[in-house]
Design a binder for this molecule. Structure first.
Ligand SMILES: Nc1ncnc2c1ncn2[C@@H]1O[C@H](COP(=O)(O)OP(=O)(O)OP(=O)(O)O)[C@@H](O)[C@H]1O
Ligand SMILES: [Mg+2]
Length: 377
């Protein structure tokens, strides 16, 4: 797996269970996955020699992030390495411009959007779509970095002037959607074409960053859930995705609109470790290895996952909170990613599975809030 972050770390457990000799390409011994995986290749994801070192002893190469330049993946393919998902599919998760073009061509529901080079073009777009608008950099963003809600042309001018574009990135403008809910439809797809769909979940983003996931999405119209699932399966097939695909969507005015795609395990699927028969991490491995996929269904009526995100204020080491949260709630599942605490950094998550949604929500938030030092009892 290219990338040594928390997604690789959480993939290590099912890899161990399935007897997969799992290796990661990490930038340092201290990186999240490198702490728990025996075979670590040290190097950068955009260093061809590091990629070659990882590939030399691997049957299949897959990803915990989407940042490897496609030409480097083409080089691996040319040398007979199996790269899954392949670079043609992955481009759609790397570049929001490419993603919007393909989805528009497919007839998938997307926000009104345009590629823009100058603030004047944003204002022209605003004449049709009104303010506010959403400005995005097409590549390299994550957790809301690279996404801005803008109210007027002055803001656009300042933003475009002060934000350098790197690596073939372009500016995109989108209509601002006053959504009722954000949802995610996740599917796993294998090279021989088998696919399974997880229940559609509700996600809550705070400052552009995933904070809470509820599976299945409470109150979501079953017809819209089915439409989102069908769409995710169709995107997986038409883009030839192998592994996990997450389709992030908005529910707005009773319809669904695609926000973006991820082709790897995704934060909206962490709940599946305890809440589904087969987790997204296991199904990603099964899919890229072309093994039969596992059952994606839930094991209980409700599962809630809440992220533990680095607060702005200093907090004691996270393990010091364990005695309290574990004693208070023996049903709480805690996951830490082995990262040092920094503001706005994803440090871990908690999950609670149960029959009563309000109870499960309360307990998950209590656990995460206590770990983040937001509450002290
Ligand atoms: N057109 C839009 N209208 C309203 N809100 C939006 C729009 N586009 C994005 N957002 C909000 O900003 C959040 C982040 O946007 P987006 O998913 O494009 O960014 P990202 O940084 O690539 O995220 P990720 O961490 O998922 O890769 C969304 O989850 C949503 O809450
Ligand atoms: Mg997103």
């Amino acid at each position: 797996m290219i990338g040594g972050g928390q997604l690789a770390r959480m993939s290590a457990a099912p890899a161990a269970a399935l007897g997969i000799d799992f290796a990661v390409l990490a930038t340092s011994e201290g990186e999240s996955a490198a702490q728990v995986v025996r075979r670590v290749v040290l190097g950068d994801h955009d260093d061809p020699q590091a990629l070659a070192r990882l590939a030399a002893n691997s049957d299949i190469v897959t990803f915990d992030h989407e940042h490897v330049p496609p030409p480097m993946l083409e080089q691996l393919l040319d040398r007979g390495v199996l790269v899954r998902p392949g670079p043609d599919a992955l481009r759609h998760a790397q570049d929001k411009w490419h993603m919007r073009q393909t989805l528009s061509q497919m007839g998938a529901p997307v926000p009104a959007w345009a590629r823009v080079d100058h603030p004047g073009e944003v204002s022209a777009f605003a004449e049709d779509n009104g303010w506010p608008l959403v400005l995005k950099i097409s590549r390299g963003g994550y957790d809301g970095r690279g996404v801005w809600v803008v109210e007027n042309e002055t803001q656009v001018e300042t933003l475009m002037r002060q934000t350098p574009l790197v690596d073939a990135a372009v500016w995109l403008v989108e209509e601002y959607l006053p959504f009722e809910m954000e949802i995610s439809a996740q599917v796993a797809r294998s090279p021989h074409g088998q696919a399974v769909a997880y229940p559609v979940v509700r996600t809550v983003q705070v400052e552009g960053m995933c904070a809470e996931v509820v599976a299945p999405a409470p109150g979501l119209d079953p017809d819209l859930a089915l439409e989102a699932t069908d769409l995710a399966l169709r995107i997986a097939q038409e883009l030839d995705v192998v592994g996990m695909l997450a389709v992030e969507l908005f529910v707005v005015s009773g319809r669904i609109v695609v926000n973006e795609l991820a082709m790897r395990p995704h934060n909206s699927g962490h709940w599946s470790i305890e809440g589904a028969v087969t987790s997204q991490f296991e199904n990603h491995l099964r899919a890229v290895l072309d093994w039969p996929l596992g059952d994606p269904r839930t094991i209980a009526p409700h599962t809630v996952m809440v992220n533990v995100i680095g607060p702005d204020h200093p907090i004691p080491p996270l393990h010091e909170a364990f005695r309290h949260v574990m004693a208070r709630d023996p049903g709480l599942h805690v996951h830490l990613y082995g990262k040092s605490v920094r503001p706005r950094r994803k440090l871990g998550h908690v999950t609670v599975v149960g029959d009563d949604l309000d109870d499960v929500l309360d307990r998950a938030h209590h656990g995460a809030d206590y770990l983040m030092g937001v509450i002290d009892e």
